[in-house]
Design a protein around this ligand. Sequence first.
Ligand code: GLU
Length: 279
Amino acid sequence: MSVIVTRFAPSPTGLLHIGHVFSALEGWHLARDHGGRFLLRIEDIDRARCRDTFEQAILEDLAWLGIDWDEGVRRQSDHLADYASALAELRARRLVYPCFCTRRQIAREVELAQTAPHGPLGLIYPGTCRTLAAAEVEARLEAGDHHAWRLDVTRAMEETGPLAWRTLDGSTIPVDTGIAGDVVLARKDIPTSYHLAATHDDHVQGVTVVTRGCDLAPATHVHCLIRRLMGWKEPLHHHHRLLVGEDGRRHAKRDRSVTVRSLREAGLTPEDVLAMARP
Ligand code: GLU
């Protein structure tokens, strides 16, 4: 295999907790044990939820733990124009469409359609705006109606044909885009989405192995499709298990007791915290 380039890509919406440390270590060890590179990317596209103080705390906590990274930190909010041009390309190729539905309308449509409404990534959009007449779309865009841009997954799959993604341990997983449906690629308040920004950045950063929690494995189906559409190289994937607490529940940002900050303040050493993240 070519040189391993992997990354840790936290969103600065809270303090690092022990589950994040576990995730960072998965990538860090993979890179460091194989002479590869470990990158740090701050996924801060949702400016309403992200805080500079959390970003600062993430950098400090990682440094305190001795989890070092190569190259500078990439901050997604510095690259919004790049995501916008990727979206413009998809738009020119008619692979995205504007969706004018509110959350409430979508929920109602889903209820009426009596289909399986929820996938592992949330509500599956029933496609209401996919079939709007071109004249109506024009008029509503012209009028400045609030909208999001959704990937037309059916059309996209017609263009690419069947796809599959590969795991680090050698499995091949067929892409199932039904898992997520026509996902949002951009909104007015957040001009890109996790799906578009993360795949774009993995490409420009030369990531060869995507390491992240298995809770994000369903997103990989969509990511594989976006990459093929954009001609971006497909990395291998390592979806690691999630670290769970003593109660058997996964750690989350709400569990304040297991943030690196609180453990530091309680007098634990970096070695103690690293040991907790490697049970
Ligand atoms: N930013 C995401 C998170 O904080 C991780 C994205 C990824 O690793 O692809 O959960």
